[in-house]
Design a protein around this ligand. Structure first.
Ligand code: 3HC
Length: 669
């Protein structure tokens, strides 16, 4: 199959790109476009050339799979130059998404036409890159500095209408008549001749750049690419000669492309897509129909889970045991939606529509007609087994019964029903309406179509779903405990909560382990018996009434705005506990904190893989990035572990006395 074909409609030559699934600019596409333009220029009967695409979309960017490999075929910039310098008008006909190198291709075309549903953007920043084929220099010449700065640094595409309003495209086509409309538009362009984006003056001023940096300071902390994009847009404003700006852009692009951040972000792009694939399951596995969902428990988790479905128009019956708790839970859901509406995310009609899909109930029997029931009750095996035993009797045949347990044995829960094939874990992360991760826990007897349906419904509600096997804590929490144990030990050996947390935030996590403990509440799982001697620092904190953010004091003191400051009282409690444990305080380096807390996590990842509890290393990385805030520019623990080097990790783990996974040892050998 040729990836670029040509056809002629009167004096218009049409180049059709056909490179499924997204018409990426693979080397043969670049070659085909270049040849097609040359053909049109040589042929006197051709007066203008249209570039269009077959399939679901216009060119969605460079072929990311080619990055880092030896170059093949014509250089992309040379192809763009061929288009830009063509002596006959070249028109881009856009449908679907024109992204990255795809949009850059349209920028060197002389005219652009798009269907109303098309989206146009430069998402390179999400891959740790910038539109490095002139995008940062040509975009400001068409849409102005402000719009270009927003588009390049945030990477969000804009609609065709907005593209028309801002000057990015020249004309809207009919939704179903792009081919004909593009040819007709090309005929109009013949008389006008080629028009070059590069010759346009740069409009607007650069004050937006400081504003964007200030607004996004938190979100962009640690990232290189957003700032590099903005530097390039500023260079467009500063350099009237585009060649100077292009040179600057090239240098910035090369820096990003050769750095570890972009390598990590590109890896995550594919990891995220890979996670959706279930090994050994046919792609066409028939899914169960999920029209109605039941949620048991209207607490923080149950409420958050419920919101995901209501937002997608799926009715939910939410069940609690006590009226007061039910009312409180429903009230929180409403309050959350109203807060989003106040920020402009929903209209009040949409809020009412979503709330109208919610049926509060005190009766489990009301779940009889649900296609999927998710249990989010107290984390106790006895309670869960009782609930599932009842669901077995109440729910219709074929309903999927899911537990939101974060640690417990899904096989044991399944065994409390007569239909273990319909049972699995759907582990959401708090706040469940915000966090992207969903661990789908496959029990020994979970049916293939139940697993596939849970993964699909996860995608439908906007989650990134990852398959996990049954083990204590599944993928995420199992690895988390390997971090928590050394973090507590380091505290005893002399590090302060602040030193440890700062190492984590400098690494790129949104918070460290002790900030996280304060946020979650120190008293979770505490026995509350004040007559007992504390057996760990956490219990000592609870005994002193330091429960975390909820009462303004935990490992830190908090003000009304929840800003943390080191707490002399907390430090004294730690000191006291340390001396009672007869431990000597010593200086601890930041590097030791990294090695002691993060290397055992990497090791646990290898053990998880050895035991078949995760399908692939990249799934583990997806879990940590979307569930626990591991910085995406470091690629997740497994990717990062490879960068650190298996040998270095194994040597450190052996010094620490940690039992090393055989597969990690083998990698280090
Ligand atoms: N290169 C190679 N493969 C790509 C690709 C790309 N640019 N974009 C998507 N794919 C692959 C995906 O990996 C996936 O493969 P799989 O089926 O084997 O898993 C397949 O195409 C379909 O992709 P999605 O599952 O993401 O399909 P959707 O329909 O949900 O989304 C899309 C389509 C909006 C185009 C989305 O794929 C996307 O955002 N792609 C990336 C766009 C991008 O980042 N472009 C910039 C690239 S960098 C660049 O152009 C540099 C230049 O400035 C020099």
């Amino acid at each position: 199959m040729q990836s670029v074909t040509t056809s002629q409609d009167g004096e218009i030559l049409v180049l059709s790109v056909n490179n499924p699934p997204v018409n990426a600019l693979s080397w043969h596409v670049r070659q085909g476009i270049s040849d097609g333009i040359e053909q049109g220029l040589k042929d006197d009967s051709v007066k203008a050339i249209v570039i269009r695409c077959e399939g679901q979309t216009f060119i969605a960017g460079a072929d990311i799979t080619e990055f880092g490999k030896p170059p093949q075929g014509p250089d992309f910039n040379a192809v763009l130059n061929t288009i830009e310098t063509a002596t006959k008008p070249v028109i881009a006909a856009i449908h679907g998404t024109a992204l990255g190198g795809g949009l850059e291709t349209t920028l060197v075309c002389h005219y652009r036409i798009a269907v109303p549903s098309a989206m146009l953007g430069v998402p390179e920043v999400k891959l740790g890159l910038l539109p490095g084929a002139g995008g940062t220099q040509r975009l400001p010449r068409l849409v102005g500095i402000e719009q270009a700065a927003v588009m390049t640094s945030l990477g969000e595409p804009i609609s065709a209408q907005k593209a028309l309003d801002t000057g990015l495209i020249d004309k809207l086509a009919g939704e179903d008549s792009l081919a004909a409309d593009a040819v007709a538009f090309a005929r109009e362009c013949v008389a006008k001749g080629p028009r070059h984006t590069r010759d346009l003056p740069v409009k607007g001023d650069t004050s937006i750049i400081a504003k964007l940096e200030a607004e996004n300071a938190r979100k962009w902390k640690g990232f290189d690419a957003p700032y590099a994009n903005l530097r390039c847009v500023a260079a467009a404003a500063e350099n009237p000669n585009i060649e100077d700006g292009l040179k600057f852009e090239r240098a910035e692009f090369v820096k990003l492309m050769s750095g570890s951040q972009s390598a990590a972000q590109r890896y995550m792009f594919f990891a995220e897509r890979q996670a959706a694939k279930i090994d050994g399951l046919p792609k066409d596995t028939k899914l169960r129909d999920i029209k109605k969902v039941g949620v048991i428990g209207a607490g923080t988790m149950g409420g958050g889970i419920t919101m995901n479905f209501l937002q997608k128009g799926i009715p939910v019956t939410i069940v609690e045991m006590v009226q007061e708790n039910l009312d409180r839970g429903v009230g929180v859901i409403r309050k959350n939606y109203e807060a989003s509406a106040a920020k402009g995310r929903y209209t009040s009609e949409q809020v009412e529509k979503m709330m109208g899909l919610l049926t509060p109930s005190l009766n489990l029997e009301d779940l009889a007609d649900c296609d999927l029931v998710i249990e989010a009750v107290y984390e106790s095996m006895d309670v869960k087994k009782e609930v599932f035993g009842k669901l077995d009797k109440i729910c219709k045949q074929g309903a999927i019964l899911a537990s939101n347990t974060s640690y417990l044995d899904v096989n044991e829960i399944a065994a409390s029903t007569s239909r273990p094939q319909d049972v699995l874990g759907m582990h959401f992360f708090s706040p469940a309406n915000v966090m992207k991760l969903l661990e789908v826990v496959r029990g020994d007897k979970t049916a293939d179509d139940v697993l596939a349906t849970a993964m699909a419904i996860g995608k439908k509600i906007g989650k990134i779903a990852v398959v996990a096997g049954v083990c204590h804590g599944f993928i995420g929490n199992r690895m988390l405990s390997q971090r928590q144990i050394p973090a507590n030990a380091l505290l005893m050996e002399g590090a302060s909560p602040e030193q440890i947390d700062n190492v984590f935030t400098d690494f790129g996590f949104p918070m460290g382990p002790f900030q996280m403990a304060d946020l979650a509440g120190m008293d979770i799982g505490w026995h509350r018996d004040t007559s007992l001697e504390p057996t760990n620092v956490r219990e000592a904190m609870c005994l002193a009434g330091r429960f975390g953010q909820k009462n303004g004091k935990g490992f830190y003191d908090y003000d009304e705005k929840r800003n943390r400051t080191p707490s002399p009282e907390a430090l004294a409690i730690i000191e006291d506990f340390r001396s009672r444990s007869n431990m000597q305080k010593r200086e601890i380096s930041d590097q030791e904190i990294i090695e002691r807390c993060l290397y055992p996590m990497v090791n646990e990842g290898y053990l998880i893989l050895e035991e078949g509890k995760a399908q692939r290393a990249s799934d583990i990385d997806v879990v940590w990035i979307y569930g626990y805030g591991w910085p995406v520019y470091r690629g997740g623990p497994m990717f990062w572990g490879d960068l650190e080097g298996a040998k270095k990790i194994v040597e450190s783990l052996e010094r620490q006395g940690v039992k090393v996974a055989e597969s990690l040892k083998a990698k280090a050998a």
